[in-house]
Design a protein around this ligand. Sequence first.
Ligand code: ADP
Ligand code: ASP
Ligand code: MG
Length: 407
Amino acid sequence: MSRIVMKFGGTSVGNTERIRNVAQRVIREAAKGHEIVVVVSAMGKTTDELVKLAKDLASEPSKREMDMLLSTGEQVTISLLTMALKHMGQDAISYTGWQAGIGTESIHSNARIEHIDSTRIEQSLRDGKVVVVAGFQGMDSFGELTTLGRGGSDTTAVALAASLNAKQCDIYTDVDGIYTSDPRYVDHARKLSELSYDEMLELANLGAGVLHPRAVEFAKNYGIPLSVRSSLSDEEGTILLEEPTMEKNLIVRGVAFETEIVRLTIGYEIPFNGSLAKIFTTLAKNHINVDIIVQSIMEGTQPSVSFSIKKEDFAECIQVLETNKENLGYQSSNFEIGLAKVSIVGSGMVSNPGVAAQMFDRLRIEGIPVKMVSTSEIKVSVVVPEVDMIRATKALHDEFGLAAIPV
Ligand code: ADP
Ligand code: ASP
Ligand code: MG
């Protein structure tokens, strides 16, 4: 008997009709003889609405209380889905993250799963029940509730699949697979039948919200076949693998984008030694995530370093820099807001020089200024004005022939 983990996102459980539809789907899989663990998100936009309630009451709500609040969303769904399953004649039981044994590090709002004690789930599966687990939540070693970061139910699902030795993990969502770019914004985006873990990891980290990056990390590390498919149709989705066999001709397989990027520049009047380490250690100690870093030192010019961060970290970053100005030894600083990051991703880039040049050339033709660049073996990212983000994405999608892939 093989085990399958099925995960349903917010839209897929957005109302009771949809929950009934999910229950039918689960029963269909169970009838094939599989042991089923289901992971669900909060219904529809519940998490956003809870965040809004909190912000109405406090501009900087306590992270502990936010986790307490947000973890209620998933709890509603597990109980409703389990009721529906039982009503349809399928024995089932719901578990919160902590009841399911999901242990996380002691960080609120963005905790990593550290271990899973699956004793209870194993017992329920042996008893012939479908197990329904609340996504996005866990408990730290002090008994505090934690959440895994927005979109984190995907990670609950894949981590459970790893710990339960599941044959596969299927992510059911409101699109029927992983596309060459977000189909909500790019009309001619095409569904990919396969994609490598590495490419998806880059895309997810670079803003493609279809999968939580840590879910992809888990799937890669434990070799779990992970698929993304529609909760509303039976169409085949996209499967993540170590090495895709289809569409090998593609050098670039996806274009991702991310809004709300800020660029900071720090200037020194005199040449300096070792300050780079000081700056980034100080920022790291204050949990400020720095993304792209650009420094070039030329004799006879004043040294400066630019780096990008997310807007949500901006106020804190400025405060940290100001507080530590003397110690860091810089004289001037400035920033630019209203930026975005657009990235092309594809494992074919490793062996194809000139991809970055082609990207820059197309952006030049489009009249889109490039503010920062960062590359890895399988991606090139550019920081551009936010107003040009979607235009840049569409142009690059076209430039690398992504719309033309036969499906
Ligand atoms: P869920 O609530 O099921 O977790 P999400 O909203 O988190 O769903 O993820 C699905 C959404 O991801 C899609 O509606 C789509 O707009 C967005 N998305 C972004 N990039 C991509 C991509 N490359 N392929 C498919 N969907 C994408
Ligand atoms: N409900 C959470 C969110 O909206 C987690 C998830 O859906 O994966 O981010
Ligand atoms: Mg999601």
